[in-house]
Design a protein around this ligand. Structure first.
Ligand SMILES: *[C@@H]1O[C@H](CO)[C@@H](O)[C@H](O)[C@H]1NC(C)=O
Ligand SMILES: *[C@@H]1O[C@H](CO)[C@@H](O)[C@H](O)[C@H]1NC(C)=O
Ligand SMILES: *[C@@H]1O[C@H](CO)[C@@H](O)[C@H](O)[C@H]1NC(C)=O
Ligand SMILES: *[C@@H]1O[C@H](CO)[C@@H](O)[C@H](O)[C@H]1NC(C)=O
Ligand SMILES: *[C@@H]1O[C@H](CO)[C@@H](O)[C@H](O)[C@H]1NC(C)=O
Ligand SMILES: CC(=O)N[C@H]1CO[C@H](CO)[C@@H](O)[C@@H]1O
Length: 508
C-alpha cells in the first residue's frame, strides 16, 4: 500500500518433539494428475542472487506450467530466495515458507527485510529452518505483472455516484486488464490462488518432499488455507496470521474490512492526540480528519512532491480515505519512509493540514498494486451484471448507514471496484473451505486489525477442522512481523510442532 494493505508489510523494499518426524514421513501428493507425484521430481539448485540482494540470500528458479491442468503446456520460471539455516545449528528441521500477503507482496522482499533487520526475526527460527521466500506467480522474481500505468493513472471514482461514473470505472478496469495481459502474457489469466497453492506444492516437493512448514500472513493466510484444502496430508506446521476469509458475500467482506479500518482509525485518533512525538498531540484528530475530508471533497489537496508521472499531483477525499489505510499496518516505527506507520500517518495528516498531501497521493508506479489487482480479480466474482450500478448504490447506502467513519473504504472495496468488468474469467470464486488436516493449524488474529478484521478470523474457524486460535490484543495488521509475544508463540509452534493453548490472548 502505497502498497496494498493486506500486508504489503514490506511492500517495496522493500510434541514436544516433532509431531510428525520428518524422516518417517513421506507425504503422498494428492492431485497427482497435475503435480509431480513422486520423490524424484527435479530438485532445486540455489545460486547467487541478483545484485543488490542481501549477501546471505541464495536464489533459484523453478519451472512450472502456466496452466496446472495442462502440465505439458507452456512453462515459466518461479523465482525464490533462501536464507539457509545457521550452519552451526544442530536443530535443523527443514524449510519454512513465508508468504507476506498482498496479494502482490514479494516473499523474497519479506525474507530480505528479515535478513536486514527491518523486521524482527523470532528467536530460534534460523537454527531450525531454511527460510524460503517463493514469490507467487506474477510477483517479484516470478514473472511480475506489468500493466499500462497511464491507464491506472486515469482518475475514476471507486464510489461512483452516477451511471456514467460507473460506466467509466468499468471501462477503465477492462482496458487496464487488457493492458496487463498485453504486457505480462498469458500467465496473467492464471494467477489465481489455487494455481499459487499448486506452485507451492511443486516447490515443496522439489526441495526434498518434506512436509510443509509455512507462515501465511494476511492474504497469505488465504493461500495457506487453500493449500491445506488441496494438500491436507502434506503439512507439518501451518500458521495463518491475519486471516482473510474468502467465502463471504462481497457485501459482508467489504463491510467487515471497513469496520476493521474504522476501529483502527479510532484507536489511531486517540494515540495521535496523546503520543508525545505526534505532531497532532493535544488536537482533536478525528475532527481534523473530518475537516480534511470535507475540504478535499471540494478542492483536492495539492501533493507538491508528485509531478504527475509516478504519483498524482493532488489528493481528493476518497483517495485520502483509501490511501490512509496502509499507514495503520504498523503502530510502532518499523519501516521508515512513506506512509508506513502510525507516526508517519500523524505526520502526513499534519502536512495535509498545511496544504501538502503528498504522502497520500495515489502512486502509478507500484508493482504490487498491479499484481494485487491482477491476482485478486481471478479470485473474485466481478460480473458487471451482478455488481451493477444499482448494486453499487445499495452498497453505498449500506456504508452510509453502517460505516460512516470509513465510508466503506478499504482494500476489499478498492479491489472489487478495480475488478468489476475485468476482462478475464474468475478462476477461484469465493467458496467455503472444509480444511481437514491431521496436523493442527495455528490461526492468529489481532482483535483491532485494520485490514484482516477479527470477524474474518472467527468466520474462518468454521472452515478449518483441526486448529488452535490465538488472539493478539492490540493494534496493527498481523502479528508475526512485529516480533512480540505472539510472534514468539508462532515460532515455538513452528519449531516444536505443538500448538499453544486454544483461546490464548497475548498483549504484544
Ligand atoms: C517422477 O516424476 C517426474 C516428474 O513428474 C517424472 O518425470 C518421473 O518419470 C517420475 N519418476 C518415477 C519413478 O515415477
Ligand atoms: C551460530 O552461528 C550464528 C550465526 O550464523 C551465530 O549468531 C551463533 O552465535 C552461532 N552459535 C553457536 C552456538 O556457535
Ligand atoms: C492489447 O493488444 C491488442 C493487440 O495487440 C491491441 O489491439 C490493444 O489495443 C491492446 N490493449 C491495450 C489496452 O493495451
Ligand atoms: C511531512 O513534511 C515534512 C517536511 O516537508 C517531511 O519531512 C515529512 O517526511 C512529511 N511527512 C510524511 C509522512 O511524508
Ligand atoms: C479546511 O479549509 C478551511 C478553509 O480554507 C481551513 O480554514 C481549514 O483549516 C481547513 N481544514 C483542515 C483540517 O485543513
Ligand atoms: C483441485 C483438485 O484436484 N483437488 C483434489 C485434490 O485431491 C483431493 C483428495 O484426493 C480432492 O478432494 C480434491 O478435489
Amino acid at each position: 500500500m502505497a502498497p496494498t494493505t493486506r500486508l504489503s508489510v514490506v511492500a517495496s523494499l522493500l510434541s514436544s518433539t516433532i509431531a510428525f518426524p520428518l524422516s518417517s514421513r513421506h507425504p503422498s501428493s494428492s492431485n497427482s494428475t497435475t503435480l509431480p507425484s513422486n520423490c524424484t521430481a527435479p530438485s532445486i539448485t540455489f545460486g547467487a542472487c541478483p545484485e543488490g540482494a542481501p549477501s546471505q540470500l541464495e536464489c533459484a528458479t523453478y519451472s512450472v506450467p502456466i496452466i496446472w491442468d495442462e502440465p505439458e503446456g507452456t512453462k515459466f520460471d518461479l523465482g525464490l530466495v533462501r536464507l539457509p539455516a545457521n550452519a552451526n545449528s544442530t536443530k535443523k528441521i527443514g524449510s519454512l515458507f513465508i508468504n507476506p500477503g498482498g496479494p502482490g507482496g514479494a516473499a523474497s522482499d519479506f525474507i530480505g527485510s528479515l535478513v536486514l533487520g527491518v523486521l524482527p526475526l523470532p528467536d530460534g527460527l534460523t537454527d531450525s529452518f531454511d527460510l524460503i521466500g517463493l514469490d507467487p506467480r506474477g510477483v517479484g522474481l516470478s514473472n511480475p505483472v506489468q500493466c499500462d500505468q497511464e491507464i491506472w493513472a486515469e482518475r475514476v471514482s471507486w464510489f461512483p455516484k452516477t451511471q456514467a461514473e460507473y460506466d467509466t470505472l468499468v471501462d477503465k478496469n477492462k482496458r487496464y486488464g487488457e493492458s496487463c495481459r498485453n504486457q505480462t502474457g498469458p500467465l496473467l489469466e492464471y494467477l489465481d490462488t489455487i494455481s499459487v497453492a499448486k506452485d507451492h506444492e511443486a516447490v515443496r516437493i522439489a526441495l526434498g518432499n518434506e512436509p510443509l512448514n509455512m507462515v501465511g500472513i494476511s492474504y497469505g493466510s488465504q493461500l495457506g488455507a487453500q493449500y491445506a484444502q488441496l494438500f491436507p496430508d502434506n503439512i507439518r506446521t501451518l500458521v495463518l496470521d491475519g486471516m482473510l476469509q474468502h467465502s463471504q458475500s462481497v457485501a459482508s467482506n467489504v463491510l467487515i474490512e471497513s469496520l476493521g479500518y474504522s476501529i483502527g482509525l479510532q484507536h489511531f485518533f486517540k494515540w495521535a492526540s496523546e503520543e508525545e512525538t505526534s505532531p497532532l498531540k493535544g488536537e482533536d484528530v478525528a475532527e481534523i480528519c473530518a475537516g480534511l475530508l470535507t475540504n478535499a471533497s471540494t478542492t483536492p489537496i495539492p501533493a507538491p512532491s508528485c509531478d504527475g508521472t509516478t504519483c498524482r499531483t493532488d489528493v481528493n477525499a476518497e483517495e485520502l480515505l483509501f490511501n490512509a489505510q496502509a499507514a495503520l499496518v504498523f503502530k510502532d516505527p518499523r519501516i521508515t519512509g512513506g506512509l508506513s506507520t502510525w507516526g508517519d500517518l500523524a505526520s502526513a495528516i499534519y502536512n495535509a493540514t498545511k496544504g501538502d498531501a503528498s504522502a497520500f497521493s495515489t502512486r502509478f508506479d507500484d508493482a504490487s498494486t498491479a499484481a494485487s489487482t491482477a491476482i485478486y480479480c481471478l479470485d473474485l466474482n466481478h460480473d458487471p451484471s451482478v455488481y451493477d450500478f444499482n448494486y453499487i448504490q445499495a452498497k453505498q447506502h449500506m456504508f452510509d448507514t453502517f460505516q460512516p467513519l470509513s465510508q466503506g473504504a478499504g482494500q476489499s472495496t478498492s479491489l472489487l471496484h478495480s475488478c468489476i468488468g475485468w476482462p478475464f474469467a474468475t478462476r477461484n470464486p469465493p467458496k467455503k473451505l472444509d480444511v481437514n488436516t491431521k496436523t493442527t493449524i495455528l490461526s492468529v488474529n489481532s482483535d483491532a486489525d485494520p485490514s484482516t478484521a477479527y470477524p474474518w478470523a472467527i468466520g474462518m474457524l468454521e472452515e478449518i477442522r483441526n486448529k488452535v486460535f490465538i488472539t493478539r490484543h492490540g493494534d496493527g495488521h498481523t502479528s508475526f512481523p512485529i516480533g512480540g509475544e505472539t510472534a514468539a508463540a508462532i515460532a515455538q509452534y513452528l519449531i516444536t510442532g505443538e500448538a499453544p493453548d486454544n483461546g490464548l490472548v497475548l498483549n504484544s
